[in-house]
Design a protein around this ligand. Sequence first.
Ligand code: ACO
Length: 338
Amino acid sequence: SLYARITGTGSALPPKRLTNEDMVSLLAARGLQTSDDWIVERTGIRARHFVEGDTQASDLALTASLRALQAAGRQPHEVDLIVVATSTPDMVFPSTATIVQRKLHEAAQAHGGQGPIGAPAFDLQAVCTGFIYALTVADALIRTGSARCALVVGAEVFSRILDFDDRTTCVLFGDGAGAVVLEATEHDGRGAGVLATDVHADGRHTGILCVPGTVAGGHVLGEPLLRMDGQAVFKLAVGVLEETARTTLAKAGLSEADIDWLIPHQANIRIMQSTARKLKLPMERVVVTVDQHGNTSAASIPLALDHAVRAGMVRPGQLLLLEGVGGGFTWGSALVRY
Ligand code: ACO
C-alpha cells in the first residue's frame, strides 16, 4: 500500500541571535528584570533567533524548502503539493504557501528552471501543533494518491507578535522555519514512511494561548500580541502528549521501546523531560534544540528534525516519534520510519 516517506529535510534560522544576556539588556531598557538563570531553569532556553527588517515567514520557508528539496534530490517543479503551517503569515491573505510557491518559482527561474506552479498550496493554522497537522494532511493526500511529492513546511516569525513588556512570554519564543519533502512510496508497512498520525483539538481552551486581535476597517481590532497562561498550558500539555504518543504507537502496532528518537515540539525542556519520563525514554533519545532556538511554534519540530538528520543522529530505518502541542488547544503526534 501507499505510504508517505520523508526524503529530505531543511531548515532556516535568521542570522540575528540573541542570548539570554541579550534579553536581559533588552528588557532592562524597558524597565523589566530577568536573568539567564531564571530562563534556563524554567525553560532550558539559552538563545533564540529573531528576524530583522522586513524578513517574512515566506523568506525563512523558502530557504528551508530549497534545502529540503536539495537533500531529497528534487527540483521545485516536481513538487505537487505545498502546505505551510504558520501562525505568523506574511499577510492576512493570500496564504504564505502561495507566496512560497512564487518565490520557489523565481528561485528556479534564476537557474533556468520552473517552480511548482499549478500545484495546490495552502496554509494550515494549528499554532505549535501546525507541523504535525500539516504532516497529517499531506500524508493523507499522498496515501489517497492525490499527491506524490509534497513540501511540508513550518515557518514562524513570532518576534513580530511578542509583547516585550511581558517578561513572562517574550523570553520564550524565536523565529525560524523547517521543511520536509514527503514522497509517495509503496511497501507492506515495514519500510520507511509515516506509519501513523493522531491529531486533536479542544476549543474550550482558546483563551490560554492566543493573539486575540484581528484587522477590521483598516485598523487592528483587539490585542495583536501573544497572551499566555503559562501554567495552564503546562498542565494541559503534559497529559495530552503522553496520550497522543500512546495512540500513534498503538495505531502502528508498536511500543515505546521501539522508539529511536522522540522529536517533540520545543517549547520547554521541562515539558520534554516529563514526556520522556512518562514514555520511559532516556533524554539521550530526545532531540533537544530549545536551548538554541527557543520556541519557534510550528517550525520547531521540522527544525529539530533537520538538525538531528544533519548531525547524523537520525539514521535511515530508525523510528521517530514527532509530537506537538499548542494554542487552540491543539495536540498530536506522528510516528515515522525514517
Ligand atoms: N524573568 C524573571 N522572572 C520571571 C520571568 C522572567 N522572564 N517571567 C516570570 N517571572 C516571575 C514571575 O513574575 C513570578 O514571580 P512572582 O512569584 O514574584 O509572582 C515567578 O517568576 C514565577 O512565575 P510563574 O509564571 O509561576 O513561572 P512558572 O514556573 O510557571 O514558569 C513558564 C513560567 C516557563 C512560562 C511555565 O509556566 C511554562 O513552562 N509553561 C508552559 C507553557 C509553554 O512552554 N508555553 C510555550 C508556548 S505553548 C506551547 O508551545 C505548547
